[in-house]
Design a protein around this ligand. Sequence first.
Ligand SMILES: Nc1ncnc2c1ncn2[C@@H]1O[C@H](COP(=O)(O)OP(=O)(O)OP(=O)(O)O)[C@@H](O)[C@H]1O
Ligand SMILES: [Mg+2]
Length: 363
Amino acid sequence: MIVTDLRLRNFRNYEQVQVHFSPGINMITGRNAQGKTNLLESLVYLSLTRSFRISNDSALIRNDCEFARAGCTVQEAGREFQLDAIIHNKGKTLSVNRGTVRRTSEFVGKLNTVLFSPDDLGIFLDAPRERRRLLDQEITKVSSGYLFALQNYRSLLKDRNALLKQHSRDDSYMAILEERMIEQSETVISGRRAFIERINRYLPDTYRSLSEEPSEVKLVYQSCIPIDNDIKSSMKIMYDMSREKDYEFRTTNNGIHREDIIFTMNGENVISCASQGQKRMILLAFKLAILHYIEEVSHKTAVLLLDDVLSELDHNRQQKLMRMIQKPYQCIITGTELPDFLKQEAITEFRIEHGNVIQGGNT
Ligand SMILES: Nc1ncnc2c1ncn2[C@@H]1O[C@H](COP(=O)(O)OP(=O)(O)OP(=O)(O)O)[C@@H](O)[C@H]1O
Ligand SMILES: [Mg+2]
């Protein structure tokens, strides 16, 4: 899968631009605050219909404008399609091949991107909610059934919490809600288990070759049920054991909405043992493992977006990374300068100045 064209109108600091990307490595350079991250943000928006920087879409609309528009052309297995998003004060309008879609799930997954952003480094220390969000976001890219189950679960969870707050108990309604929550949880937990299992097929080796260290890095699932047990029966036991406590606290204390993932290095949580540089490398290896995961599950390659990653890596690792992301992946990288070792490579270069994109580099 590759993005051939990106079109922006009143998106962040872009008034109107069209960018033609090449299938291989696209390097976007520009001084600080020129719009490099904004450009990647628009691609992520077209992939997930949400920004990775903010939760309120209105910040994406160029100051003093009424709407923002982002659109792109995607080529996949010899076919071409258009994705468009219009962000306005009433929400957003999404369309695929010029036809408006009503459900987000009809749009998400059409363009698959994997982003590395320096801001992601916070993920190790963030609250579990953020790691869950990351997990859900990655699985959603390849499974619309997962997103559907997650949305259903959230609405059932609201109903269950409302029921727990009521003065009188309604055991039969509680049983119905739990049964439905178990059904949705089964899809979500299976998706999470499969994701973590597949990531762990790549993560340790990718980390080793990127970092040249022998340490074993793994992703560990902290699930609400024992990891290898049958999901339905374990969830039933979980509800039976926590129901009284839930009534007491008037909220659902256990379930997929409380799960977490942690990264370990030689069996220890990386928060307590990894250096800043190691954490960056772990995250990078994780993102590369996600590329493999998407390819394996959806049989499509994702577009790799690397925001400001090279400047933080030493020469050796920069080159290692570039070797690892060579074909078949399309890659869009931002940075303030084009690294020397890339000057001889066959890459497509863009220079951004104040929201203007100039193809071919230095002006
Ligand atoms: N809604 C908006 N309307 C107009 N300009 C905006 C809007 N949102 C952000 N900007 C501008 O976009 C610029 C920042 O762009 P961006 O974060 O893409 O920079 P960058 O090139 O990635 O910089 P750095 O190298 O520092 O990361 C800032 O000048 C900011 O004021
Ligand atoms: Mg930036």
